[in-house]
Design a protein around this ligand. Structure first.
Ligand code: ATP
Ligand code: MG
Ligand code: MG
Ligand code: MG
Length: 562
């Protein structure tokens, strides 16, 4: 591509409103421009990097038999109402109405759409498993869009969804995905860890996040310096805010209208026997009603969590009970001991309120503000790790290090969370109707691009790894009025291009200083400078990454490149 014919608006100054390196340089080197908060245009160079990241993702998805589709960004509200997420997703979901006043969401994610698509088509176990993916623009009205492409409101995501007849089949695809993600982030040259993420269950077999280690990361992870062990440490903390799961929302929906739901308290139950962390949420609805929900992602003692939740919510949400609950003081309590499952907790919670017992002063349950060491001792819960930096790793190998991470990917065993409420069912080999067992797997393609941009740069500009560099070679004649230089550069441009290298040819009649500054900013892996020695058929070659400089004969250029 001739530079005079493309659009690379470089800036000499660092833009004042960009506060991380990737954002600053993507703007300065002319890769992106902001339209408005969290919304960006990809300029020609940015688009090329984005496409290269996309293609790596695509190759690895195809390699594990993922099949590409493209689903709509406009999604009818009815689908989201089926799962309850229309109410639970909150203000992050961009909503709009059509001319007939029908409600829509701009796709923040596609579980509902894909489940509705398959439920009408896939009716037999013989057609399972199936993994579909798309690479598509997502919309999330983030509270704090920031760090450029890292947290946008409109961004590119690869989202894959897998459908299975058995749990084992899901496990297999999940493992394949973890491998594919590992390949993708390795090919991109990123320094990353696959970390156990918070799914409400200790053991973390059900969800992993892929974190790029970076000082500007918004998550904190704990990892071993000598093994694969890594966890998102929010797992071990009581969260201040919380997104409702489908089950919780279905329950809440019965007593409240969408905009009245605010979360007042979040507590954590620890269930040693079931090897789980179970969250209990206290909701304040309409300033009057409070609902306590216990949450877990698994069946415990054959009781489905979902049923336990629904049964109890409505039962004790009277005003008086609410008041009692709000007045609860959790004093210094003995160790929490939860011998049985979540149903018991819900029962106890209701009984406690009914009997005027406030708080968690009954063996087996605990209501609000559970604190480690105060309300239970850590060593009671062998499977829950309150990990500190410098501790030995839970797997016995190495020492725990804390680091900041950027979440670039997330894999999740959904189970029947979506298929059940949406009636996505198939007939198994005995002719029994069962809900699909599902997994979902996301990669923030544009965020990944920013994570690469963050990692591969120095004070002069980008140092793109070949895998995602917008072009392979920057061809820079110093003086476009010098005939020997122009002739040689023109020749090289032709030859390099014909041999399938992507070359950016700076044919502009600019001063050498301008050209070099731009070239440094853009940061292609190889720069071929055509200068005074053009007359002798020699060019100067600089490797961006190492700074090495060579002199090549024009005839040898291709050989060297290959
Ligand atoms: P975060 O914790 O950063 O808000 P998330 O957990 O909400 O991310 P997921 O729902 O897991 O995100 O979406 C899958 C992937 O999409 C994430 O792993 C991340 O790489 C990417 N992603 C999510 N939100 C954004 C965003 N606002 N801008 C760019 N990429 C995003
Ligand atoms: Mg988010
Ligand atoms: Mg996250
Ligand atoms: Mg996530």
């Amino acid at each position: 591509m001739k530079q005079s014919l493309t659009f690379i608006p470089t800036l000499r100054e660092t833009p004042a409103d960009a506060d991380v390196k990737s954002h600053q340089l993507l703007l300065r080197a002319g890769f992106i421009r902001q339209n408005t908060s969290g919304i960006y245009s990809f300029l020609p160079l940015g688009k090329r990097v984005l496409s290269k990241v996309e293609n790596i993702v695509r190759e690895e998805m195809d390699a594990i038999n993922g099949v590409e589709v493209l689903m709509p960004a406009m999604q009818q509200a009815e689908l989201w109402q089926e799962t309850g997420r229309w109410y639970s997703y909150g203000p992050e979901l961009m909503r709009l109405k059509d001319r007939h006043n029908r409600e829509f969401a701009l796709g923040a994610t596609h579980e509902e759409v894909i489940t509705s698509l398959l439920r009408d088509e896939i009716k037999s176990y013989k057609k399972l498993p199936l993994t579909l993916y798309q690479i598509q623009t997502k919309f999330r009205d983030e509270k704090r869009p920031r760090f450029g492409l890292l947290r946008g409101r409109e961004f590119l995501m690869k989202d894959a969804y897998s459908f299975h007849a058995t749990r084992e089949s899901l496990d297999q695809t999940y493992d394949d995905m973890v491998q594919a993600y590992t390949n993708i982030f390795s090919r991109l040259g990123l320094n990353f860890r696959a970390v156990i993420a918070d799914s409400g269950a200790i053991g973390g077999k059900d969800t992993h996040e892929f974190m790029v280690l970076s000082e500007i990361g918004e998550d904190t992870i704990a990892y071993s310096d000598a093994s694969d062990f890594a966890a998102n440490i929010e797992m071990a903390e009581v969260k201040a805010s919380y997104e409702l799961s489908t089950e919780e929302m279905v329950a809440v929906e019965k007593v409240a209208t969408p905009d009245q739901k605010t979360i007042e308290q979040v507590s954590v139950f620890l269930n040693k026997d079931a090897n789980q962390v179970i969250k209990t949420l206290v909701f304040k609805v309409d300033e009057e009603l409070v609902i306590v929900l216990a949450r877990g992602d698994h069946e415990i003692n054959d009781i489905k969590v979902k049923n336990a939740l629904q049964a109890k919510v409505v039962e004790f949400a009277t005003e008086e009970e609410v008041q009692q609950l709000l007045n609860c003081e959790v004093g210094s309590l003995g160790p929490v001991n939860i011998p049985t499952g979540i149903k018991v907790i819900a029962d106890h919670a209701v009984a406690a309120i009914r009997n005027g017992i406030c708080g968690a002063n009954e063996a087996g349950f605990h209501l609000v503000n559970v604190n480690a060491e105060r309300d239970f001792t850590v060593d009671q819960f062998e499977d829950l790790r309150f990990i500190m930096e410098g501790d030995s790793s839970p797997d016995g190998n190495g020492t725990i290090v804390f680091a900041k991470g950027i979440e670039v990917g997330h894999v999740f065993k959904l189970g029947t969370t979506y298929s059940e409420p949406m009636n996505g069912t198939f007939l198994d080999d005995n002719g029994r109707s069962k809900p699909y067992i599902m997994g979902c797997y996301g990669i923030g393609v544009s965020r990944v691009m920013a994570a690469v941009a963050e990692q591969f740069q120095d004070e002069k500009g980008f140092i793109w790894p070949s895998a995602v560099s917008p072009y392979d070679v920057h061809l820079v004649p110093i003086n476009t009025k010098d005939e020997a230089q122009v002739t040689l550069a023109d020749d090289l441009y032709k030859v390099i291009k014909e041999n399938r290298f992507d070359v950016l040819y700076d044919d502009r009649a600019e001063r050498a200083g301008v050209k070099f500054a731009d070239s440094d900013l853009i940061g292609l892996p190889i720069r071929i400078t055509v200068g005074k020695k053009a007359i002798e058929g020699l060019v100067e070659v600089k490797i961006r990454k190492t700074g090495e400089v060579f002199e090549w004969k024009k005839e040898e250029v291709l050989d060297h490149l290959q």
